[in-house]
Design a protein around this ligand. Structure first.
Ligand SMILES: Nc1ncnc2c1ncn2[C@@H]1O[C@H](COP(=O)(O)OP(=O)(O)OP(=O)(O)O)[C@@H](O)[C@H]1O
Ligand SMILES: [Mg+2]
Length: 256
C-alpha cells in the first residue's frame, strides 16, 4: 500500500505554510482510492474505484462502451477532478495539486488516442519535435532526440512525410513517438488500435509492449479481445463505473 506522508513545510520566500504530499516507501505509481466521478447528467461514470498500479506494469483496461474507461484516463491526466475519493500519480496528489504545477506533472505522462491527433500541416519530424519545443528543449537536443525516437518506432525513413501521406499504423507510431520523446514515466493509451486493421493493431501493441519492457509503465484501454487474450498481461475489467475484475495474466471477459 502506498504511504502518503503529509508534511507541513514553510515556504521561506513567501512566509506561508504549504501542505506537501510526499509518497514514500512504495513502487506504486498510480493509486485510486474510492474514486467516483459524476458528470452533470446521468449515472456516475465511476463509482468507488480502487486501483493500484506499480512502476513498470503493463495494464489493459477493458469493458463495454460507457463503462468509464476514458473517464479514468482523463482523471489520471488531471483533465478531470473526481467527485470524491483520492488519486495519486507519481506522488502527485491530483485532488489537491496546484494549477501551476499541472504542466510539470503532465510532462511525466505520454498520451496516445484512437484518432492520432497529429498536426496535419507539419511533417513527422515536426510533429514529434513540437512536443519537445513546448517544454523548451534546445534545438540541439531536439535534433538528437527526434531521429532516435523515430527509429525506435520504426519510422526513421519517414521523417519528412505529412500525416496524410502515412498509413493509420504509421500515424499512430508518430503519435507514440511524440508521446515518448519527453521520456515519460507513464504512457496512457485510450483505444490506440481503434482505427487500425488487425495487422497494424498487433504491431502497435507489440511496440507498446517493447516500450514497457524498457521501463515505462503502460496503461492501454482497448476493445481488442484477441490481442488482450493473447498478450497475457494484467487486465482490469470495468462495468458501469465499477472494476468487476482485476487479473494478472488475464483475458477479455464477456460482458453479456
Ligand atoms: N462529458 C460528459 N458529460 C456527461 N456524461 C459523460 C461525459 N463523458 C462521458 N460521460 C458518460 O460517462 C459514462 C462513461 O463514459 P466513458 O467515456 O468513460 O466510457 P468508456 O468506457 O470510455 O466508453 P467507450 O468504450 O465507448 O469509449 C458514459 O455513460 C458516458 O455517457
Ligand atoms: Mg472511451
Amino acid at each position: 500500500m502506498i504511504q502518503v506522508v503529509e508534511i507541513l513545510t514553510r515556504n521561506e520566500t513567501r512566509g506561508r505554510r504549504r501542505k506537501k504530499h510526499v509518497v514514500s516507501g512504495s513502487d506504486e505509481i498510480i493509486t485510486l482510492n474510492n474514486v467516483s466521478k459524476a458528470y452533470a447528467t446521468g449515472a456516475p461514470a465511476l463509482n468507488g474505484v480502487d486501483l493500484h498500479i506499480n512502476k513498470g506494469e503493463f495494464v489493459f483496461i477493458v469493458g463495454d462502451s460507457g463503462s468509464g474507461k476514458s473517464t479514468m484516463i482523463k482523471l489520471l491526466l488531471r483533465e478531470l477532478i473526481p467527485t470524491s475519493g483520492d488519486i495519486s500519480v507519481m506522488g502527485y496528489d491530483l485532488v489537491r495539486i496546484r494549477h501551476r504545477k499541472i504542466p510539470k506533472f503532465r510532462r511525466n505522462l505520454g498520451i496516445v488516442f484512437q484518432d492520432f491527433r497529429l498536426l496535419k500541416d507539419r511533417n513527422v519530424y515536426e510533429n514529434v519535435a513540437f512536443a519537445q519545443r513546448i517544454v523548451q528543449v534546445s534545438n540541439k537536443e531536439i535534433k538528437r532526440n527526434v531521429p532516435s525516437i523515430l527509429a525506435t518506432v520504426g519510422l526513421a525513413g519517414k521523417y519528412k512525410a505529412k500525416p496524410r501521406q502515412l498509413s493509420g499504423g504509421e500515424q499512430q507510431r508518430v503519435a507514440i513517438a511524440r508521446a515518448l520523446v519527453n521520456r515519460p514515466s507513464i504512457l496512457l493509451a485510450d483505444e490506440p488500435t481503434g482505427n487500425l486493421d488487425p495487422k497494424n493493431s498487433w504491431e502497435i501493441m507489440k511496440l507498446l509492449e517493447q516500450i514497457n519492457e524498457n521501463g515505462t509503465t503502460v496503461l492501454v484501454v482497448t476493445h481488442n479481445r484477441e490481442i488482450v487474450n493473447a498478450m497475457q498481461k494484467r487486465v482490469v475489467t470495468m462495468k458501469k463505473g465499477v472494476i468487476v475484475s482485476d487479473e494478472e495474466k488475464g483475458g477479455y471477459i464477456d460482458e453479456d
